[in-house]
Write a protein that binds this ligand. Structure first.
Ligand code: PEP
Ligand code: MG
Length: 758
């Protein structure tokens, strides 16, 4: 039996032809479906083969079966997510079980008589990324289906998708209307990836990619088509990369370089060629391999690697478009406020959309470290990620509201929800306009104390915010972002270009470059994550990597020195835990400065060296530290999780400690006073400083410099301009010594009593 199976599966081309013949043959759709399940069951040596198709309302209906009881056809119906078939539809990936009845999601449907079948293999029938049905084979014996059998069934399901898509089986309207997308409102949960509230019409990122031909008439012709398309795609990428606009580097170039690396990937090309050899058309082969990639991706835990698959997704779409003779890389042109609905979107694609109309993205995948998310954040586009069923439940043109605060996407929301959010969005927009109008005002308190408001940045797309927010400079340039979006370690010349662009954009304003803070949750392609690290935030990261791999640090410092030639350079080091560490990196810097002389390079006019205070141990060397640095920057994001010994990623601890707790305030106050006495400028650059109430507390403690996200500059400046520092300071000095859990409530009362704008 096993031999017979192998022999038959090794002839996939013939099977595909036969299935295609059945589909194109005579008889009603039902007759053809019945023939198909018989053919598939026989070929897969399975006792059961069943086809379930999705009907309106998100119901999977048994449409044809070989092996199950006939009376169950059109009677057995399962919701998406219900039973094993529903689970395949929900996940959009295969399910291969040796003991199906023991699976916790197994539901017993007596009319089918399936309880006697032990093994189960189900694959989704996918069309334009949506599940339109599920194809199942079952056997009495408790066997495990081999990977090549899973693949064979997936290939067959592609052919079935073609039949379903042609509208001959389920009414086409029902299909395109789909499932739950038939008008009723639905709320989907997701994860906040980029902050915001947005409303718009649903636009599918890839509406036009429909694989219409799956079975090849001539394998030779399809092979040539695939090879030609690959060559064309590679040529496009080379042309785009040689475009003069990209000559100066930047995110766009780096993204394209990542694609170039993938476009030449031999393993990927080989798999697609094999799929053509099995009898698929070139376009179906590309789609087929991508389906496999997605399934594999679902098993990968490393977020960085998972995101790389998304880059493949973008490349795949391009390739299919080329095969279909649609060489333009155009997206739907946005003409009104829109929310992009997609499994994923590549960063280059995102930058192609019209920023005026693109208000938000709902993604089925995505992680906070994804390139596209880093860029969306910098562009101020709201992103809700990991929204299961987004494609399934949404129709092009549907009204969609995203609220990343509640982590909901409202699809076709009712009037009450629309009204509420429209008011919120209007208020936000009006406030943004007001902040923009106030950008040239000084951040000065009512009693005349100046506070310096700087912004945090990391990408070239951040730089225009310097002018639009009126920030007085960049207090933290996170250089690692550039490394995170690059396909490989950026060369010194590339790094130099980016640093120079930041300095050019800033003009006379200060830019503080922080050397690489990689490791932990910030993954870069050239340094694989150590899966064994139990606590990456306290692991091999930032300056620890730099000291163990000094070449990396040396090249980065060199690039900064070159970029700042003839103007001031501010450089600081992350995660310094003790002065001895700082001294070691300063020595490396000194050598690089010396090297400038040897090579007759013009040095910066002055070099100011600082460090981050984000590891508590360093605060017990503050007095000595004052002699070693020109400035200090407090990184509360890291510092506070170590201060309270409280993992900020742990949801059970989310509200346990408050940053407005007396011990935090006393601790920060001590740092501020020490720096003031020593005449060393101190800035706070953690997220804390960007929240008006927290910023109020910090200013009250004597903090005079805050480096915050660009969107926070307006609100914090407004708060400062409405505050009397003398009164606030007296209040903070008193509260700081209290035994309260937090001073939050009393500070809110204080702000209200003194008309402070929060
Ligand atoms: C911090 O830890 O507060 C900080 C600013 O650094 P990052 O958020 O980049 O770790
Ligand atoms: Mg930090």
């Amino acid at each position: 039996m096993a031999e017979q199976k192998f022999e038959q599966i090794s002839q996939p081309r013939l099977l595909l032809r036969r299935l295609h013949g059945v589909m194109a043959g005579d008889g009603s759709a039902q007759v053809r479906l019945d023939k198909l399940v018989r053919e598939i069951a026989q070929n897969m040596v399975a006792e059961v083969c069943s086809i379930y198709l999705t009907r309106a309302g998100g119901v999977l209906e048994l449409f044809a079966t070989e092996g199950l009881k006939e009376e169950a056809v059109h009677l057995t119906r399962l919701q998406i997510g219900e039973g094993l078939v529903g689970l395949v539809a929900e996940r959009g990936s295969p399910l291969n079980l040796t003991e199906a009845p023991k699976h916790p999601r197994f539901v017993f449907r007596p009319e089918t008589g399936e309880e006697i079948y032990h093994s189960f293999l189900g694959v989704p029938i996918l069309r334009t990324g949506r599940v339109v049905g599920v194809l199942v084979v079952q056997n009495v014996s408790s066997r495990e289906y081999k990977p090549e059998e899973v693949e064979a069934l997936q290939t067959i399901s592609m052919v079935l998708a073609e039949l379903v898509g042609s509208g001959g089986v389920v009414d086409k309207n029902e299909l395109s209307e789909d499932a739950s997308a038939s008008g009723s409102p639905i709320t989907l949960d997701g994860v906040k990836l980029s902050d915001g509230v947005a409303e718009g019409v649903a636009v599918f990122h890839q509406p036009q990619i429909v694989v219409t031909r799956t079975v090849a008439d001539s394998v030779e012709e399809e092979s040539i088509k695939l090879d030609d398309a690959l060559t064309t795609m590679q040529k496009h990428l080379e042309e785009m990369l040689s475009h003069p606009d990209l000559a100066h580097g930047g995110e766009h170039r780096e993204v394209l370089e990542t694609y170039r690396m993938f476009a030449y990937d031999r393993g990927w090309q080989r798999k697609m060629r094999e799929a053509v050899q099995q009898g698929l058309t070139a376009e179906a082969a590309v789609d087929r391999v991508q389906q496999e990639n997605r399934v594999r991706m679902a098993k990968i835990r490393d977020p960085y690697l998972r995101e790389r698959i998304n880059d493949f997704e973008e490349l795949t779409s391009r390739l299919i478009r080329i095969i279909q003779g649609n060489t333009g890389d155009e997206h739907e042109t946005l003409t009104k406020d829109s929310i992009l609905i997609t499994r994923s979107v590549g960063p280059a694609e995102l930058m192609d959309y019209d920023r005026t109309f693109l208000k938000g993205i709902v993604m089925e995948e995505g992680s906070s470290t994804a390139h596209v998310v880093i860029i969306a954040r910098a562009m101020g586009i709201a992103v809700l990620g990991r929204v299961a069923g987004a494609l399934q439940h949404t129709q092009s043109g549907d009204r969609v509201i995203i609220d990343t605060g509640s982590e909901h996407a409202y699809i076709r929301p009712g009037d009450d929800i629309v009204e509420t959010y429209r008011t919120t969005i209007k208020l936000r927009t009006r406030r943004l306009e007001e902040y923009a109008a106030e950008r040239n005002l000084d951040a000065i308190t009512r009693d005349g104390n100046r506070i310096t408001l700087l912004m945090n940045a990391g990408l070239l797309v951040d730089l225009p915010s310097l002018d639009s927010t009126g920030a007085e400079g960049i207090g933290l340039f996170r250089t690692e972002f550039q490394f995170m979006v690059a396909p490989a370690l950026p060369r010194v010349s590339e790094q130099e270009r980016i640093y120079r662009a930041a300095l050019d954009a800033a003009g006379d304003r200060q830019v503080v470059f922080r050397t690489l803070d990689i490791g932990g949750d910030k993954q870069v392609p050239f340094l694989p994550r150590d899966e064994n690290e139990e606590n990456p935030a306290m692991g091999w990261r930032a300056i620890r990597i730099a000291l163990d791999r000094p070449a990396l640090l040396r090249f980065q410092l060199r690039a900064m020195l070159y970029a700042a030639s003839g103007r001031p350079l501010h450089v600081m080091f992350p995660m310094i835990a003790e002065i001895a560490e700082l001294k070691r990196v300063k020595k490396i810097l000194a050598k690089e400065i010396e090297r400038l002389n040897q090579f007759n390079r013009i040095p910066p006019t002055e070099i100011k060296v600082g460090c981050m205070l984000e590891v508590p141990s360093l605060s017990w060397q503050l007095n000595l530290l004052m002699e070693e640095v020109d400035f200090l920057s407090i990184g509360t994001n890291d510092l506070m999780q170590f201060f309270f010994a409280c993992d900020r990623g742990n949801p059970r601890l989310g509200d346990r400690y408050d940053l407005l707790a007396p011990p935090v305030l006393s601790f920060l106050h001590n740092i501020i006073v020490t720096c003031d006495h020593a005449g060393v400028p101190v800035t706070l650059c953690g997220e804390m400083g960007g929240r008006p109430l927290e910023a109020l507390a910090l200013v009250g403690l004597g903090m005079k410099r805050l480096s915050i996200s660009p969107t926070a500059v307006g609100p914090v400046k407004r708060m400062i301009r409405s505050t009397n520092l003398e009164r606030l300071h007296a209040f903070m000095m008193m509260r700081m010594r209290s035994a309260q859990h937090s001073i939050r409530d009393s500070l809110i009362d204080f702000a209200r009593d003194h008309n402070i704008k929060l």
